[in-house]
Design a protein around this ligand. Structure first.
Ligand code: HEM
Ligand code: HEM
Ligand code: SF4
Ligand code: SF4
Length: 432
């Protein structure tokens, strides 16, 4: 490799100081080692952006691989003469594994490929979940895709108006609260909907996320159009002796999560009973026994998280399905709203796939251009979405509170006499 041209980057260099791992240090030490002009040019352009306080990427960029309509985010520098090695700096989304477990042999292969075909810079991982390969030129896209598919047996992730790469929490792989096998579910649905992921057919983007329990470690309720969250419908399992061990101070509350500060000795009343959102717990001091009125429990996980060795979720497990989360643009931010309080899920997940197709079929026909499903629900109304689109019966759990305005639509067939009225008839009883 020839000589590289380095740029002066005094502002960027300040970010080498301080205790947090410095991305500047990382990129510079990598680019020194590999003599990567693209990395030096990136830092040069960043310095310029810090000085001008504006981005130096041109608007948009449409690149990709044959057969697919997404997976690559094209971008071009608007300072191509100053920074020729990043004239193009496309980003490739590579589909991550469910739960993000990797073997070093796979990562090494990926790095070897990216060292030779790209900038060497990555993002582990993008917010949606993908492995992000940051920066390469157009000519390298097909060779990269060939290497990924033929050597690593990895595929691209999603981008555009399609199903994006689904993601899940670590689930049963190392969490005792996982109520469903989110990794398997994530994998199975990802494979089932490959076509929807690679070739955009939707009015806008659509995301799946799977959390094994209501603690929602993958933030499904905020970051996925369809949020799948593990839950249970029987009783919380109580090991009374372990509860007493917490009370006696032999076990650390929250598995020691707060041990960096002195919060005083564990007080079960203050830290569990009084914090239960539904006030359905009772600690009998005399009996030294914990009672839970499970019919009032809303499965918030608080008591279980405080006393993980004493309390375990129930064993009749399934998922809750919530729909509609999105960021503010256009109509305001939304968290997903509850549509199905409980569904049993087992491979091959046919009931779940039918449910998904039902929502998609309607949204694909009726969604406006660049309208997220959450906005479609806002537009047509939750009632219509639940009843007419999904074919479900409305239940009190579908709302937090009933409506407080009286602007209620009735269907004509629900109203005796219908809508057709004769004003002359009315005038006979009520002269003008
Ligand atoms: C002043 C208030 C807020 C600001 C300035 C703000 C700003 C942002 C920005 C800049 C992004 C990144 C957009 C992108 O990458 O395309 C974002 C993403 C997002 N925001 Fe906000 N936001 C605000 C409030 C909220 C609220 C209240 C919610 C939810 C109730 C929310 C939910 C989200 C979600 C779900 C994403 C997408 C995250 C992802 O894709 O991983 N935001 N927000
Ligand atoms: C027992 C009979 C009625 C009661 C108790 C009643 C009560 C009310 C109340 C509480 C408001 C809301 C006021 C506000 O929040 O600012 C209102 C608004 C209004 N009412 Fe009535 N009303 C009655 C009959 C009528 C009738 C007979 C008419 C017309 C023929 C009428 C026309 C209106 C209009 C035009 C408004 C304003 C609506 C709006 O701002 O969008 N009301 N009424
Ligand atoms: S969401 Fe629940 S099951 Fe998944 S990792 Fe977090 S605590 Fe465990
Ligand atoms: S899970 Fe939450 S609502 Fe249920 S008993 Fe525990 S603290 Fe109360």
């Amino acid at each position: 490799m020839g000589e590289v041209k380095k740029h002066d980057t005094p502002k960027v260099d300040q970010l080498k100081t301080g205790p947090w791992p410095s991305f500047v240090d990382d990129i510079y030490s990598y680019s020194e080692k590999h003599k990567k002009q693209a990395c030096f040019d990136i830092m040069g352009q960043m310095e310029l952006s810090y000085t001008n306080r504006e981005t130096h990427w041109k608007h948009g960029g449409i690149v990709g691989v044959f057969g697919y309509g997404g997976g690559v985010i094209g971008r071009y520098s608007d300072q191509q003469e100053k920074f020729p090695a990043i004239w193009a700096f496309h980003t490739i989304r590579v589909h991550h594994t469910a739960g993000k477990w990797y073997h070093t042999s796979a990562l090494k292969k990926l790095c070897d490929m990216w060292d030779s075909r790209g900038s060497g810079i990555v993002n582990f991982h993008g917010s949606t979940g993908d492995i992000i390969l940051l920066g390469t030129v157009t000519d390298q896209l097909e060779p990269i895709f060939f290497d990924l598919t033929h050597q690593l047996h990895w595929d691209l992730g999603g981008s555009g108006s399609n199903l994006r790469s689904p993601a899940c929490c670590v689930g049963k792989s190392r969490c005792e609260w996982a109520l469903i096998d989110v990794q398997e579910l994530d994998y199975e649905l990802t494979m089932a909907f490959q076509d929807e992921l690679h070739r955009p057919a939707f009015p806008y983007k659509f995301k799946f996320k799977f959390s094994g329990c209501p603690l929602d470690c993958v933030a499904a309720v905020a970051r996925a159009d369809m949020s799948f969250i593990g839950t249970w419908r029987d009783e919380i399992r109580i090991d009374q002796e372990a509860v007493r061990a917490y009370v006696r101070g032999e076990l650390k509350p929250n598995a020691g999560a707060f041990s960096d500060r002195d919060w005083g000795p564990f007080d079960i009343k203050k830290e569990v009973i009084d914090l239960c959102p539904t006030k359905c717990m009772y600690w009998d001091e005399n009996e030294q026994k914990l009672y839970i009125n499970n019919s009032e429990c809303n499965r918030c996980m608080h008591c279980i998280a405080v006393m993980p060795e004493a309390l375990r979720p129930g064993q009749d497990t399934g998922i809750a399905i919530l729909i509609g989360a999105k960021a503010p643009i256009l109509e305001g931010a939304q968290l997903s709203t509850l549509i199905v309080p409980f569904m049993k899920v087992e491979p091959p997940y046919d009931e779940l796939k039918d449910f998904i197709y039902k929502a998609w079929d309607y949204w694909m026909e009726n969604g406006k251009n660049r309208e997220r499903i959450g906005e479609l629900i806002q537009r047509i109304g939750l009632n219509k979405f639940i009843t007419e689109v999904m074919g479900l019966t409305p239940i009190p759990q579908h709302v937090r509170v009933p409506r407080d305005n009286p602007y209620i639509f009735w269907k004509e067939e629900e109203v005796e006499g219908g809508w057709t009225r004769d004003v002359a008839e009315f005038r006979k009883r009520h002269p003008a």
